[in-house]
Write a new protein. Structure first.
Length: 727
């Protein structure tokens, strides 16, 4: 046999093998994973009908339905063993961020109480006999049975409702994790193993229909009125999405989607059918608020690519931020002016008071009124200037104490008389008081009165008192105008912060649209594109992701002091442990050694802001490390003069001292993005948090390659003299 004939035979055999492989691949069964929130046998029995419906519509393919729990479903997706997935919306958001899935093919429509529903919610229930459980506030300190913290209808919806009422379920309550199915939650509550149970809507009704539960045994907390749902405790969210894995053939995905949307009612028990994909943004917002997967880690982004791709939105946002900063500086300037003006007026009044004590009635010639009060008889001499100050002629105002007291403003009378009595009792060294006095024409004028006792009775009681009146009505008017301007600037500053938050928040929706369409183009045009076009498309995708992360960072910056936790007494060592737990994966990855020492006090601060501050400083110390050298980070804490000082020292790449002033500015980067990823917002957030706690932050470094030390000081929130520290 010739060499050419051998080659032809080899090519023929190779072609047959490839043809056989393609045929086997085309005939491979299509695997559909369904999240089993009820018992697996029950779930499998219900959804086997879906495989039959799809096989009837697409007879050339076999469809296998598998009922899986969360761990099994995620493991099968990671191993690429599934072609389609039906899961709850929260789990869909989580896995879509992990695997960059596209939008769902369809959204499930269930039958609830003889009505078609493409929405569902969560239920909070307890035994009917528990009279101490009636509202969301009663969740604190109770044991709550849930299937999993990853369950949307079985935990996260209820946790979001509690968060809106100011309750952190994880911290305020004890969770009993029963695992799937939801029936286990009901059994735990009925058995007394838990005080309260969380399940998705429809579960309790199904249990009652199957004779496993008498609804009279339970009651619903935070009950919501909604058509089609008898038992509901939360707002409604879109039903389960049906999605295709990225590896699924597009033609097969189209056929499956068409079959689902055209499927008749009740082909699957309890299921009306499927409808067009719903908007799952409300679910994403819930997960972001709770900071759960996939939003439980700090985002990474850069500025350069976003600027190159979207200069106009960035400039608009920068203009808004600049306006906020400009108005903040204006407000700061006005505050300085007000403080200086108050000091000037106070010092002027003190000087006037000292001068009046020395010269007494000599001030009458300077345009100020004088008075001489015989305390025993009640007679008072009012100088002509004193009377003209309030519009009276010398003979028109009665020369007695009662006439003066009756002319005081009703709101000031008690305060003025108390000040006078305190002076007589020796509690005050000087008689000095401001009040409003009625003029002859009926209007009130602000007066500053100062006086001193010049004679006493043999028993030591005040007998005679001399003093002056000063017209300060114009000063008070100026002070009111300044205070109004100050309040207006404060309101403007708050409005601008809200504006920055709203702009950042609203920009994310079009950005997600840009990112989604770019991903769609990447999937559908990846083969026709040449290398340069594919690289440009990747640049656009990376830019969209970075811009999204940048906007999230700006949102977090605008939330400091407004949307974060209120200040309260917290243990700094607990915040330290929380921050260390957050950076533990990164520390393990780079084989870092983190050492903590010193005194960790109790202080008055915002817990989540302080935790974010420590996390950012630790992440910086681990991130900017020397090549081929394990990081060593020393965290030192000390208390001195009512201040808590914390220092984070590292053996990293160090900082040029000439660059210190740039470190804490917006989007300031000292290193190239090719060497270190980052946005330049981490230290700006640190500065914002420290300033919100009336503290200061700074950095020390001997230069590049010699490590650095970031330190901050904030007040503990009390002083030893005030004795207001927590017991």
């Amino acid at each position: 046999m010739t060499k050419k004939a051998l080659n032809n035979r080899f090519k023929f055999l190779l072609f047959c093998c490839l043809l056989t492989s393609f045929t086997a691949l085309a005939n491979a069964p299509v695997r559909i994973g369904v999240l089993a929130y009820r018992p697996k046998p029950q779930t499998l029995e219900q959804w086997q009908a879906l495989g039959k419906v799809l096989h009837q519509a697409i007879p050339e393919r076999e469809f296998i339905v598998e009922a899986l729990n969360y761990q099994e479903l995620e493991a099968s997706i990671d191993a690429k063993q599934l072609d389609f997935v039906l899961t709850n919306p929260g789990h869909y958001i989580h896995i879509s961020y992990q695997h960059s899935f596209s939008a769902p093919l369809a959204t499930l429509v269930r039958r609830e109480n003889d009505r078609s529903q493409d929405m569902f919610g969560g239920v909070i229930f307890a035994l009917a006999e528990r009279e101490d459980l009636n509202a969301l506030s009663d969740l604190r300190g109770k044991k709550i049975a849930v299937t999993s913290q990853d369950s949307l209808g079985g935990f996260q919806m209820q946790a979001y409702e509690a968060a809106q009422a100011g309750i952190d379920i994880v911290k305020a309550s004890q969770l009993l994790l029963t695992g799937m199915p939801h029936d286990a939650v009901m059994e735990a509550v009925l058995a007394g193993q838990a005080d309260i149970g969380f399940v998705r809507s429809g579960v309790l009704e199904d249990l009652a229909k199957n004779g496993k539960l008498d609804l009279r045994q339970i009651k619903i907390l935070n009950a919501q009125a909604s058509a089609g749902f008898k038992l509901l405790s939360t707002q409604l969210y879109p039903e389960w999405p049906f999605l295709a894995m990225p590896t699924v053939d597009h033609q097969l995905a189209k056929k499956v989607a068409g079959t689902l949307l055209l499927m008749g009612a009740d082909r699957i028990p309890g299921i009306v059918g499927f409808t067009i994909p719903a908007d799952y943004n409300s679910v994403e917002q819930l997960l972001r608020t709770l900071r759960v997967k996939p939003f439980d880690t700090a985002p990474q982004f850069t500025l350069t690519d976003i600027w190159q791709r979207y200069p106009t939105p960035v400039m608009a946002l920068a203009a808004g931020v600049f306006l906020v900063i400009l108005l903040s500086l204006s407000l700061f300037s006005v505050n300085l002016y007000l403080a200086a003006e108050r000091r000037r007026v106070r010092e002027q009044n003190i000087r006037l008071m000292d001068s009046e004590y020395r010269w007494k009635f000599a001030l009458e010639g300077a345009g100020e009124g004088a008075w001489d009060w015989d305390i025993v008889s009640g007679e008072v001499f009012f100088s002509p200037r004193w009377k003209s100050m309030i519009g009276y002629q010398p003979e028109e105002f009665a020369n007695n104490f009662d006439a003066w007291r009756d002319s005081l403003h009703p709101d000031d009378t008690d305060r003025v008389l108390k000040t006078l009595n305190d002076y007589f009792d020796g509690k005050e060294k000087l008689y000095w008081v401001e009040f409003r006095m009625r003029c002859k024409d009926g209007h009130y004028k602000w007066i500053l009165a100062k006086g001193m006792v010049v004679a006493k009775t043999p028993e030591g009681k005040p007998q005679r008192m001399l003093g002056t009146h000063v017209d300060i009505d114009k000063h008070k008017q100026i002070e009111r105008e300044l205070l109004q301007s100050h309040d207006a600037l404060l309101r403007s500053n708050v409005d601008l912060e809200q504006f920055a938050y709203s702009v950042s928040h609203d920009m994310r929706q079009p950005l997600r649209m840009v990112s989604g369409h770019l991903q769609f183009l990447e999937r559908n045009l990846s083969e026709p594109l040449d290398e340069d076009a594919r690289q440009n498309l990747n640049f656009a995708l990376d830019g969209a992701k970075r811009m999204d992360a940048m906007i999230v960072s700006l949102l977090e910056y605008s939330r400091i002091g407004r949307k974060t936790q209120q200040k309260s007494w917290i243990a700094s060592d607990a915040v330290r442990d929380e921050a260390l737990q957050f950076v533990e994966p990164l520390a393990t990855q780079c084989q870092a050694n983190i050492l903590c020492q010193g005194h960790w006090p109790i202080l008055y601060a915002s817990r989540d802001e302080l935790s974010r501050l420590l996390q950012n400083l630790l992440v910086n110390a681990l991130h900017y490390r020397q090549e081929n050298q394990a990081p060593v980070v020393e965290v030192s804490s000390e208390v001195s003069d009512g201040l808590w000082r914390l220092s984070v020292r590292d053996n990293g790449i160090g900082i040029n001292p000439e660059q210190f002033d740039r470190l804490f500015q917006f989007f300031s980067r000292l290193q190239s993005r090719k060497r270190f990823e980052g946005t330049g917002m981490g230290l700006a957030l640190c500065r914002r948090i420290v300033e919100h706690h009336d503290g200061k932050i700074w950095v020390d470094s001997a230069g590049e390659g010699r490590g650095s030390c970031f330190s901050f000081e904030i007040p503990l929130g009390y002083t030893p003299e005030s004795n207001t520290q927590p017991t």
